[in-house]
Design a protein around this ligand. Structure first.
Ligand SMILES: [Zn+2]
Ligand SMILES: [Zn+2]
Length: 384
């Protein structure tokens, strides 16, 4: 068979069997970056499916389903695919590991081993040429969406996930990575069909639920997650000066349930939490903490005190530098530095003046000057 039809046929087989690679997975990974349009048809269909809203319209129930499923599955991506399969930041039992893998699969971001392999590779080569999705090397759009359309990035390199590929059930989910998403889409469609008949007051139906609960929610989830590959290496603050351009961003932490503290994470990947300080909200960590109370997961890993102390020191240094910079950029800052303490002193004096001061007796001993100490004054002195 000529090479082009053979590749098209392979790509179609890969929709079902992700490990299908006639020329060998390693030779595929050695190819230069090239968009494989046939292989990407399911991904394109996912985006086009959102347009179904033109025909199905919206209902409050369907929209809220999309929102809830976005955040629930974001927690699965971050708490399971990232913090468990990629970094093993906590432990669990083998049955629970399988349940977690299925939950992660509903996010429609391929199998757990493929996800973990690529993510570990990203940490190994962050913002270097080998990094498949560095915005600094490949540009914003390639890091956000392009890299997953490239033929060379489709196979899983099982040699990078040896700790995971010894579980046949995980390898099965990874190889046939369309099963869970298809079942998930069917379940939402079925729920819509059920509600259409048994709860007509909700104003939804099978197709509307499929469009909102699956297509729109999953597309938003993909782009929310992808923001970490693209935006989290461009937008935000670098607390730790490490060998890449990862950054901390509150906005990204909100839309990804804690992954926005990406610079923290690149500094210390083994911790279950990405928000290192109490003000760095990390919903995924709070959820994992709650789950650990049930005994289903355990051994959550903390951030070493030395890494926290290093962060505090760098924050302090940055604050001092920012204040010095403010003095140069805004000359009025120096005046403020004089005015503010003076105003504070006046305010304190005013408050003190408002309190009544007990009259002193001229002949009283020194102890009387302390109003609170009156009771300690000998009676004979008071009687004078
Ligand atoms: Zn990164
Ligand atoms: Zn990571």
């Amino acid at each position: 068979m000529p090479i082009r039809p053979r590749r098209t046929l392979s790509a179609i087989i890969q929709w079902i069997d992700a490990d299908h690679a006639p020329g060998g997975a390693s030779s595929m990974r050695a190819e230069p970056d090239r968009v494989d349009w046939t292989r990407c048809i399911p991904f394109i269909v996912l985006h086009l499916g959102c347009l179904g809203v033109i025909w199905t319209g919206a209902s409050a129930f369907a929209v809220w389903t999309a929102v809830v499923l976005y955040f629930a599955r974001m927690a699965a991506v971050t708490g399971v695919y990232h913090r468990y399969f990629s970094h093993k930041t906590y432990s669990t039992s083998r049955p629970m590991q399988f349940v977690l893998a299925v939950l992660g699969g509903t996010a429609v971001q391929r199998g757990p081993l493929w996800w973990a392999y690529h993510h570990r590779h990203h940490h190994q080569h962050s913002d270097e040429k080998e990094d498949a999705h560095s915005p600094h090397v490949h540009g914003f759009w390639w890091s956000h969406i392009g890299w997953i359309t490239s033929r060379r990035n489709f196979p899983t390199d099982y040699s990078k996930v040896r700790d995971l590929d010894r579980y046949p059930e995980l390898v099965f989910l990874n190889r046939f990575d369309a099963i869970v998403p298809m079942a998930f889409a069917l379940a939402i469609w079925g729920l819509g069909a059920f509600l259409e008949v048994h709860a007509p007051g909700l104003g939804t139906n099978r197709w509307q639920m499929l469009v909102w609960g699956f297509f729109i929610s999953t597309t938003a989830l993909f782009h929310g997650t992808s923001c970490i590959n693209s935006m989290a290496h461009l937008m935000g603050r670098r607390r730790y000066e490490i060998g890449d351009d990862s950054r901390n961003s509150f906005i990204l932490a909100v839309i990804t349930l804690g992954e926005g503290w990406h610079n923290n994470h690149h500094r210390y990947q083994s911790a279950t939490r990405n928000g290192f300080f109490w003000w760095e909200i990390d919903i995924t960590y709070y959820l994992l903490r709650c789950l650990s109370w049930t005994g289903l997961i355990w051994g959550l890993k903390g951030v070493p005190a030395s890494v926290l102390a290093e962060g505090e020191r760098l924050d302090h240094r940055d604050s001092v530098a920012a204040a010095a910079n403010a003095r140069n950029v805004h000359p009025e800052y120096s005046s403020l530095k004089r005015i503010v303490p003076a105003a504070a002193a006046i305010a304190v004096a005013t408050v003190n003046a408002a309190h009544p001061v007990l009259p002193r007796r001229a002949e009283a001993p020194a102890a009387h000057r302390d109003v609170s100490g009156l009771s300690q004054v000998p009676q004979r002195d008071l009687g004078r």
